[in-house]
Design a protein. Structure first.
Length: 333
């Protein structure tokens, strides 16, 4: 039986947003996994390197805490006239590591808002994980690689995982899942973007038969500073390969916009959003204008070590300084 941990004292706000999503419209995010707890340590992850690499499932926050925080955020959004299209489990790690995920999804259903889970798919070989995701309306799984050497280079999985078992778990889930199944393939220059590998990825996705397949490139500061998107010609080649075998393929290569919601407490909003969704400088500026706040609030958070300024592809981003994790995710003493 998996080890159970009690809810963490002094926890951060769990629900945040609504935030603009390139896939899900206006989404309230649910950050129910402490940073940076994951079964992967992807080289492009916007949250940084994984400091707690694990595959066993735990209780991190109580079900009551998660549900109450989401309900509060939904009520705040509706009171402010904000649209909410999805409640999205998109935490600082792998969402299915929360052993109570399935029960929390069931408890959020009465809100009448669609529920999405953005997972890396690495634990779908477990029947309890597949069961936990059954009630979700939309599930995304990561298919960056179908060759073990490429998979270990780009996703840097926990040592106990085997790619063949991971991919088989995805296929088993796809056979029984009745919601919308999406896949996301992040393309990184020189890592997983060569033509033979892209053909193999396409063949696997054709077996999986997702409702929609997304091709993405890094658009926010990655865990490893050397990560770069492939040339446009390579992205187009990948798109055409997938379009030849799948009905619905979309590119995620643009900025999602600045339509971030505010609860009235700018510091809290910035910290909760930036923990899982690094904010571009123009998005922060627009939020300041909408709330009537001054840039001094942002500067104070940076000077206090709560926000980190970083630059990627010519744009300045603000990301949350995670406890025990340095700017690029290394565990600190």
């Amino acid at each position: 039986m998996d080890t159970i941990e009690t809810a963490l004292p002094g926890r951060p706000t769990i629900a945040f947003g609504p935030v603009p999503s390139r896939r899900l419209g206006r989404s309230i995010g649910i950050n129910h996994i402490p940073p940076k707890t994951c079964s992967y340590s992807c080289i492009y992850c916007q949250v940084g390197r994984t400091s707690r690499l694990r595959t066993t499932r735990h209780v991190f926050y109580t079900e009551d805490d998660i549900v109450a925080d989401v309900e509060r955020k939904v009520d705040d959004a509706w009171t402010a006239g904000e649209a909410v299209d999805y409640l999205t489990f998109v935490p600082d790690g792998e969402p299915v590591l929360d052993v109570s995920l399935g029960r929390v999804i069931e408890r959020l259903k009465p809100l009448g808002i669609k529920i999405a889970v953005i997972s890396n798919g690495s634990l779908l070989w477990r029947a309890d994980v597949r069961d936990a995701l059954t009630a979700a309306d939309w599930v995304s799984v990561k298919v960056d690689a179908v060759r073990p050497d490429v998979w270990r280079r780009i996703n840097r999985p926990h040592h106990s995982l085997w790619l063949s078992i991971v991919l088989e778990g995805m296929l088993r889930f796809a056979e029984t899942y009745r919601g919308e199944l999406a896949t996301e393939t992040m393309l990184v220059r020189g890592v997983n973007d060569d033509a033979p590998h892209l053909i193999d990825v396409t063949s696997f996705l054709a077996q999986l038969r997702p409702t929609r397949a997304y091709l993405a490139v890094p658009t926010r500061p990655p865990a490893e500073p050397w990560v770069e998107p492939p040339p446009a010609e390579t992205v187009n080649q990948a798109f055409q390969l997938l379009r030849g075998r799948l009905d619905h393929v979309e590119l995620l290569i643009g900025y999602e916009g600045n339509a971030f919601a505010s609860t009235g407490n700018l510091a809290d909003d910035l910290l909760s959003i930036a923990a899982v969704h690094p904010m571009r400088e123009d998005a922060v500026q627009e939020l300041l204008v909408r709330t009537g706040a001054e840039m001094s609030v942002v500067r104070a958070l940076v000077e206090g070590g709560q926000l980190v300024e970083t630059t990627y592809k010519g744009h300045k981003f603000y990301t949350r300084k995670l406890k025990g994790v340095s700017m690029h995710g290394q565990a600190e003493d």
